[in-house]
Ligand binder design. Structure first.
Ligand code: GLN
Length: 478
């Protein structure tokens, strides 16, 4: 096995037992990036020099007995997350030269342990998309088939992990951006509960939905990372004060589970038969596994069908406000064509944002404007409450929900980019729980006949990550 193919746990053990150094591990990842980036395009920036310097420092920490779980482990970060003194573009040209003077809390926590930051992952610009084709730095190809998309918006992160260009990645999920690309690339990705991890330093998209979470090769690695990154933060008032559980200690633990199967998630239009079958096969295997104490129950989430419409009113509305700060004056590149104040705004934003971002800003401005607010934004918020109540009712009967992560596997490059509704509907199974602020994980359950990975989503009640991760660890290899 090549060093870059290791999990966090394996890399930690190898470093501890002096089987290799962090410099060797980091070089293995950097070589893989060099070899593959022209085909896959998972990285917008690679920080070779600083990564090697960090690895050297990590080796010193390890040899002086100061190794922590992430010391010396190379990782990458979605480019919509700010990294101190290191270029962070959000995959939009307007921030092409943006170097943040501060760092997001979750990345600071990881780097404080001596992890090695390899570079920044390509994504849909500011997280807007489900295929990674809305990046102004080119699309990301799926490592399993270069003619297919990697998923989005965190396609660069999922491709980098799946292709072993890093040991793990940190990304953002507003309405599916960690889970859907994880499922397309055959890796594990967790969207945490709203409020569990600090969003300080995450480029804001829709503040009432944005979350930040890990993308890894195993459930155990997710638990390891959550122990490091979760917790309240005075810089993000939406974080909850609840203590962070010892997620790793609670893995593979015998426990009884009642699992809900929401019928609406198995019978949607456009669902691929093979995808459904693979998820159902996994459920059958879990049922047949005698050591697991799992009871399955059919449940109904009737408001699921409003998940996408509600999402596409609330998200653009919040977006239109959040993205207002990136205007060529306070932040970002200024258009060379701009000769007066109006054009500084108009041309800088016109040139610096891709189509989809402009569309969201316009839709959001419209639905927040006087006369339309009640008909759109305010109504969407009311339906959002119904969606939350739907989940509450289900969780009164069951511990967790299982659904496919996506109705289909990775689609063709250019396959949906000109069909807006089709692209938005790609998130049909991942956006309702995001609207409700719930945690969800995607784990791989096998490949279809085209050899493309299929993901299964497990959703938990808010702050139910402990039980969620235990269940995921128990069924991961069933
Ligand atoms: N595909 C969704 C969107 O375009 C999800 C984005 C996200 O989670 N960042 O809004």
């Amino acid at each position: 096995m090549n060093l870059n193919e290791l999990t966090i746990k394996q890399a930690y053990e190898g470093l501890k037992n002096k089987e290799f150094t962090s410099v060797e591990l980091t070089k293995a990842c950097l070589n893989r990036i060099k070899e593959r980036n022209k085909d896959i395009n998972a990285f917008i920036s690679v920080f070779e020099e600083s990564a090697l310097a960090e690895a050297k420092k990590a080796d010193e920490m390890i040899s002086s007995g100061k190794q922590q779980m992430l010391t010396g482990i190379p990782f990458s970060v979605k480019d919509a997350i700010d990294t101190l003194d290191l270029r962070s573009t959000g995959a939009a040209k307007i921030l092409d030269n943006y170097v943040p003077p501060f760092e997001s809390t979750v990345i600071s926590k990881i780097r404080a342990q001596g992890a090695v930051l390899l570079g920044k992952n390509n994504c849909d610009a500011f997280g807007h998309g489900a295929s990674n084709e809305n990046s102004m730095y080119g699309p990301v190809a799926n490592p399993h088939d270069l003619t297919k998309v990697a998923g989005g918006s965190s396609g660069g992160s999922s491709a980098a992990v799946a292709d072993h260009q890093c040991i793990f990645a940190i990304a953002e999920d507003t309405g599916g951006s960690i889970r859907q690309p994880a499922s397309f690339c055959g890796i594990v990705g967790l969207r945490p509960s709203y409020g569990r991890n600090s969003r300080y330093g995450i480029m804001p998209m829709a503040s009432s939905l944005d979350t930040v979470g890990p993308m890894t090769k195993t459930v155990e690695d997710i638990a390891i990372l959550m122990e490091v990154i979760a917790g309240s933060d005075e810089k993000d008032a939406t974080t909850v004060p609840d203590e962070v559980p010892e997620y790793t200690k609670n893995l593979n633990k015998k426990e009884k589970f009642v699992i809900g199967l929401p019928q609406e998630y198995f019978e949607t239009d456009g669902m691929h038969e093979e995808t459904r079958k693979l998820v159902e096969n996994k459920i059958e295997k879990i049922k047949a596994h005698t050591e697991l104490e799992v009871e399955f129950k059919p449940v109904s989430l009737p408001y699921t069908k409003y998940g996408i419409p509600v999402y596409y009113i609330i998200v653009p509305s919040e977006d239109s406000s959040n993205l207002g700060r990136i205007d060529g004056v306070r932040y970002g590149m200024r258009s060379k064509e701009a000769k007066d104040l109006y054009n500084i705004y108009a041309k800088s934003r016109g040139e610096g944002f891709p189509e989809e971002v402009k569309r969201r800003i316009m839709v959001g401005t419209y639905s927040l404007s006087s006369g339309y607010y009640d008909a759109y934004y305010s109504k969407a918020q009311k339906v959002r409450t119904l969606i939350i109540e739907d989940f509450n009712q289900a969780f009164a009967q069951v511990d967790l929900l299982i659904t496919p992560t996506s109705p289909f596997t990775a689609f063709d490059m250019n396959g949906k980019i000109n069909d807006l509704m089709a692209m938005y509907l790609a998130d049909v199974f991942v956006s309702p729980s995001a609207v409700a602020g719930l945690p969800g994980i995607s784990i791989p359950v096998g490949n279809d006949s085209k050899n493309l990975p299929v993901g299964m989503q497990i959703i938990a009640p808010r702050l139910g990550e402990e039980k969620l991760l235990n269940f995921a660890s128990l069924v991961e290899n069933v």
